[in-house]
Design a protein around this ligand. Structure first.
Ligand SMILES: Cc1cc2nc3c(=O)[nH]c(=O)nc-3n(C[C@H](O)[C@H](O)[C@H](O)COP(=O)(O)O)c2cc1C
Length: 224
């Protein structure tokens, strides 16, 4: 089944979007099954109202005691994006090197090779991605409330899928987390947990490869 949002909008003209209606017609379960890491993105700008819409969807996530510790920092300024991208790229390319080496082996799964290429593409083009959306949250008892932030992150990814934006969840910026948080003007007690690069996808959505549910669903007791 294809909904209207399987098609990527042809234009990035903000006037062309009906922000109220866009994404509202994607069936929930179909949206979940077709939300995947979209790392190849166009550099065209994204209307701020659309970023606001996906962040609003994120705020409907659950959180312990309904404390809602999240903050969303949308970075669109080219210099500020370049600052993050330069650090991300250096660390990511070093991090992925052994995996790239392993992928040269004959018989290495092609799907994994594709994923590597897409992740490398993102690292090399992060400065061009129009929105760097950081998710941060205040700490509780000196600990980041990650359990409360990741449901919001997933809502955000689903909302991006619904409105036709490409997005992926990344955490690599945590390797330079304190420096990055300071760069974003965040105090130490509100650290970021995720960087979600958002833009219009170059490709299409589709079902990501996943193992069959019956391999991971157990009734009554774990069947090893
Ligand atoms: C906690 C977490 C951290 C991740 N960090 C990164 C990252 O730093 N860079 C990146 O390119 N992808 C990152 N990913 C994305 C995963 O690689 C991606 O979700 C996975 O390959 C499945 O992709 P698919 O949904 O397109 O199949 C992260 C995912 C999770 C859940």
């Amino acid at each position: 089944m294809e909904s209207s949002q399987d098609r990527v909008p042809e234009t990035s003209d903000p006037e062309a979007f009906d922000i109220e209606r866009i994404g509202e017609d994607v069936p929930l379960l179909e949206g979940m099954r077709t939300t995947r890491a979209i790392r190849r993105l166009r550099p065209d700008p994204v209307p701020p109202a659309l970023i606001r819409k996906v962040c609003e969807a994120a705020t409907f996530a659950p959180s312990g005691g309904n404390r809602q510790p999240w903050h969303f920092i949308a970075v669109t300024d080219a210099e500020r994006r370049a600052w993050v991208a330069e650090r991300y790229r250096k660390i990511f390319l070093r991090y992925i090197e052994p995996a790239v080496e392993a992928a040269r082996a004959p018989g290495f799964p092609e799907a994994k090779r594709r994923m590597q290429r897409a992740a490398i593409h993102l690292a090399e083009h992060l400065h061009e991605v129009p929105v760097h959306l950081f998710v941060a949250g205040y700490q509780r008892r000196g600990e980041p409330q990650l359990q409360a932030l990741f449901p919001a992150v997933q809502n955000l990814l689903l909302a991006c899928r619904a409105v036709g934006l490409g997005a992926s969840l990344t955490t690599l910026h945590r390797s330079f987390g304190a420096e990055c948080d300071a760069h974003l003007g965040l105090p130490p007690e509100i650290p970021t947990c995720a960087l979600i690069p958002i833009g219009w996808p170059l490709g299409r959505y589709g079902r990501p490869p996943r193992k069959p549910v019956d391999e991971c669903l157990h009734w009554e007791r774990f069947q090893g």
